[in-house]
Write a protein that binds this ligand. Structure first.
Ligand SMILES: Nc1ncnc2c1ncn2[C@@H]1O[C@H](COP(=O)(O)OP(=O)(O)OP(=O)(O)O)[C@@H](O)[C@H]1O
Ligand SMILES: [Mg+2]
Length: 351
């Protein structure tokens, strides 16, 4: 199995004349997980990736793959597979011929062409000219190109653009599988939702600089989380919570207990002999946090040492995408576990 490598951006700055596209960007990308490279349009994602891939040079700083610059790699295609946005293909060439050209140039066995096309679901159209390909088919062909050398590092710039829902789902599973094999997978996107379901780690770049690096779970502070709890006997539950020194608000859907994990709330209820009808973890909407980080309203403070309770893995954490418990947070991102309409719950809270 090909080896993943650490990618390192060290103080990368890029100026295009008067425009500073990236400013002292430093980040580290580890193998074995999918890392999302997130930022709004114009934040500097593509520029940073182009520097990493040796397509343009940095004005200052350096970007390395396993400690080496791209230009120093002995077998670049076998080390890093990269697909940047707006990949251009020769329209008159078939998909298979397109890949064969690169395979020949890089000393990769031609059999890899069929493997790569098969992996991305283009085996049936291998003999068709690329000029007639749809956007989604071109994206898949770009991905086949990255896989040609069976590299340990994959760098993909907005790979889901133009893919249909089935294609997006396939891409997510595919990237996670590549990471599970120990490869380094760096995927950029301007959409949090895209990254949220795929990436275990995230880099967020905004206004040309890194504003966050960590897991999605670490984006939310412990004290911003809360628990939504309800019981048929609300009076008994309220008494038990008060006795335990927990402060709470009553909504139509139950009680919101701020800054307390569900396990503690459940234990208090059990201790008081109160049967519960629901118990859910709530967190602020990630989308709100992302926008605040990007707009500079929020500055991330590094997460506290790992809590004793289990924190859900960021890549597969629907809990993190849950409803904002905060009255200031709009209800539109809610995904309640119960049948109650979230908007109602929030409206009631705001009253
Ligand atoms: N070749 C160039 N010449 C001049 N300015 C450039 C060039 N390439 C990028 N820029 C500028 O650098 C900034 C960052 O651009 P970049 O393409 O890296 O952003 P991005 O994060 O990839 O955005 P998007 O989400 O839209 O793809 C932008 O202000 C852009 O206009
Ligand atoms: Mg871009």
């Amino acid at each position: 199995m090909p080896e993943g490598h650490v990618l390192e951006f060290a103080g990368v700055t890029k100026r295009f004349g008067p425009v500073t596209a990236v400013d002292a960007f430093s980040a580290r990308v580890e193998p074995g997980v999918v890392t999302g490279f997130l930022g709004p349009n114009g934040a500097g994602k593509t520029t940073s990736l182009r520097i990493l891939l040796g397509l343009i040079s940095a004005t200052d700083g350096s970007a390395t793959i396993g400690g080496r610059r791209y230009s120093e790699l002995t077998h670049p295609l076998q080390t890093v597979g990269a697909a940047l946005e707006a990949s251009s293909f020769h329209p008159g060439r078939t998909a298979a011929n397109h890949l064969k050209v690169y395979a020949h140039a890089a000393g990769i066995p031609v059999a890899r062409v069929d493997d790569a096309l098969g992996t991305v679901g283009l085996a049936d159209v291998a003999g068709r000219k690329v000029g007639g390909f749809s956007l989604g088919m071109r994206q898949r062909l770009g991905l086949a190109y990255t896989l040609l050398g069976d590299p340990g590092v994959l760098v993909l710039d907005e790979p889901s653009n133009g893919l249909d829902p089935e294609g997006i789902k396939w891409m997510r599973g595919f990237l996670r599988e590549l990471a599970r094999q120990g490869r380094t997978v760096l995927v950029s996107s301007h959409l949090l939702a895209e990254i949220q379901q795929t990436a275990q780690a995230v880099l967020i770049i905004a206004r040309r600089r890194l504003v966050f690096q960590g897991s999605l779970g670490e984006l939310t502070e412990e004290d911003e989380r809360s628990t939504l709890v309800d019981a048929p006997d609300r009076e008994a539950l309220a008494t038990a919570l008060s006795r335990a020194g927990m402060s709470f608000d009553l909504l139509r859907t139950g009680f919101t207990v701020r800054g307390v994990e569900p396990t503690r709330v459940g234990a208090v209820a059990a201790g008081a002999g109160v049967a519960l009808s629901s118990l859910q973890r709530r967190g602020p909407a990630l989308e709100e946090i992302f926008l605040d980080l990007v707009n500079g309203v929020r500055v991330h403070t590094p997460a506290a040492p790992a809590p004793t309770e289990e924190t859900p893995p960021a890549g597969a954490a629907p809990a993190d995408a849950e409803a904002p418990a905060d009255a200031e947070t709009p209800a539109d991102a809610e995904t309640p576990a119960d049948a109650e309409t979230p908007a109602d719950a929030e409206t009631e809270e705001q009253r």
